[in-house]
Design a protein around this ligand. Structure first.
Ligand code: ADP
Ligand code: MG
Length: 492
């Protein structure tokens, strides 16, 4: 099909579950994973006579996201009721924001298709709302089960302008949102558990056209890979349809990960009229200048700024900087190690940063991945890692001994130098201790010595090996070579 003549237009609606201790308007725990229907109370179930009270943290978290995405923050916004009937919505309406979202007009930067940074995806709005319960269709053969624990759990919904053009960009955009909310500490970003959910709106048009085509909305993608696959499928389906002279029907489609296809769920004709109106039980949300300043003051350095600083101030290659700043915890670990090593060695941070980066990008990341560990639970703390790198920089540890010591440090606590000494891993650079062994080795191999003196100087490797083996430790091979040559030259 003539795909090159068409382009896709994509806009995403991303829901992030806020990691507050309690729900948006009531005091039960908001945590994931409790026994079904245990985190419920009359307010989240919408019993008559109950009144919601807004959790201040929800506003704070939404504002954090707004500030991190360069959005305008509404000084006054209201909650609305969005009415629809569904078994997992016991109140019969969802509390959401409609005409006045808390944030508007921000943007998120992603890498473009050619790897070039700085593609800006504009945000239409970010609003606060509550989640509905969960209908479980696949556990009971006779019907649908309901778990209302999720009723009233706070969400932010981030709506993008239709600025995304490819499935890859869509996946990178959601990845970037995940990174930002995790940096901000407002959402754990777990897609499998549904803390981060994405609905994708997609249409196609002839390249060069500016009007928007009819869109479909694709739901039910719970990983980055599925976002890419579902969009690729849906774009191809629409292009095939349009190229054959057909028209796209505006509808909601479900991604079926097993069959790797999207299929219709409901059409526009069945679309709900939500009968939005301002919730009379809730007062308007007012964000004062003082509160805004206080929230702004607690924002962490964001990944983009951190990455730039690693390149410009620490002299790291862009690849290292991107990898190290992917997760806030890893970047913190890196910086703590650099600071510690700089202090130990009396050198500038920029002089030791690359050595630290090398060890983290190889050994540390490998172990974290293999063991499925979070960097906060990593047994080698920044000061211990710095001590290990320090031994290496001072040539007191060879490269294979460094690897061995690292493995030991994963299992055994204690200062790296002590661990290394106990295991004879330190390079011996004490000529006095080595001299008797050098003499002994030369005395034991008169034949090889005569050959060496006769011009077969390649035999130096043989003597070095013998000394290294005979010494109960890890001598510095360069020192052994120097001592051997000095000794032998005296014999000529
Ligand atoms: P709806 O009322 O159907 O929810 P909205 O106008 O609120 O539609 O937009 C929802 C999302 O769909 C936004 O992310 C927006 O960028 C995107 N969108 C709107 N129109 C199109 C289109 N024609 N093609 C692709 N995405 C679109
Ligand atoms: Mg929508």
């Amino acid at each position: 099909m003539a795909e090159a003549q068409y382009e896709a237009v994509i806009g995403l609606e991303v829901h992030c579950q806020l990691s507050t201790a309690t729900k948006a308007f009531s005091p039960e725990p908001a945590a994931y994973g409790a026994e079904p229907n245990t985190n419920v109370d009359p307010i989240s179930l919408g019993h008559p006579g109950t009144l919601p009270v807004l959790n201040e943290r929800v506003v704070e978290y939404a504002v954090r996201m707004g500030l991190a995405t360069h959005s305008r923050i509404a000084r006054r916004s209201v909650f609305a009721r969005k009415h629809y009937f569904y078994p997992d919505l016991p109140k019969g309406y969802q509390i959401s924001q409609f005409e006045t979202p808390i944030c508007e007009g921000g943007f998120i930067e992603i890498e473009g298709e050619d790897g070039a940074p700085g593609r800006k995806i504009r945000l239409t709005r970010i609003h606060m709302e509550e989640d509905a319960g969960k209908s479980i269709h696949d556990q009971d053969p006779y019907g649908t089960l309901l778990d209302n624990n999720r009723c009233g759990v706070p969400l932010i919904e981030i709506v993008s302008e239709p600025d995304i053009r490819t499935p890859g960009e869509a996946a990178r955009y959601v990845q970037r949102i995940r990174q930002i909310v995790r940096y901000l500490g407002i959402c754990d970003g777990n897609m499998e558990q549904g803390s981060l959910r994405c609905d994708a709106n997609v249409s196609v048009r002839r390249s060069g056209e500016t009007a928007l085509g009819t869109k479909t909305e694709v739901k039910n993608m719970n990983s980055f890979r599925h976002i890419e696959r579902a969009l690729a499928y849906e774009i191809r389906r629409q292009i095939d349809l349009v190229a054959r002279g057909g028209t796209v029907t505006q509808e909601t489609r479900l991604w079926d990960a097993d069959r790797m296809e999207t299929r219709p769920m409901r059409s526009k004709e069945e679309a709900h009229d939500y009968r939005y109106f301002p919730d009379p039980d809730l007062v308007p949300v007012v964000v004062t200048e003082a509160w805004l300043d206080a929230i702004r003051a607690t924002l962490p350095e964001m990944p983009e700024a951190r990455r730039r600083r690693y390149v410009e101030a620490l002299g790291l290659p862009p690849y290292d900087a991107a990898l190290l700043t992917e997760e806030r915890g890893l970047a913190d670990y890196f910086e703590a190690t650099v600071a510690n090593l700089a202090e130990r060695t009396g050198r500038a941070a920029s002089e030791v940063a690359k050595a630290v980066s090398n060890v983290i990008m190889t050994d540390v990341l490998r172990v974290l991945k293999d063991e499925g560990l979070d960097v906060d639970a990593f047994p080698v703390t920044p000061d211990r890692l710095a001590a290990l790198i320090h031994l290496r920089l001072d040539d007191r540890l060879g490269s294979s001994a460094a690897t061995e010591l690292f493995e030991v440090m994963l299992r055994v606590d204690g200062p790296p130098e002590t661990l290394a000494r106990e295991r004879n891993l330190l390079q011996v650079s004490d000529a006095g201790a080595l001299a008797p062994i050098v003499d002994e080795v030369l005395a034991r191999h008169p034949k090889q010595l005569a050959q060496y003196l006769g011009g077969k100087e390649g035999l130096i490797g043989f003597f070095i090996g013998q000394v290294m083996r005979a010494f109960p430790g890890s001598p510095d091979p360069r020192l052994v070579r120097k001592l051997l040559i000095e000794r032998i030259e005296k014999m000529r």
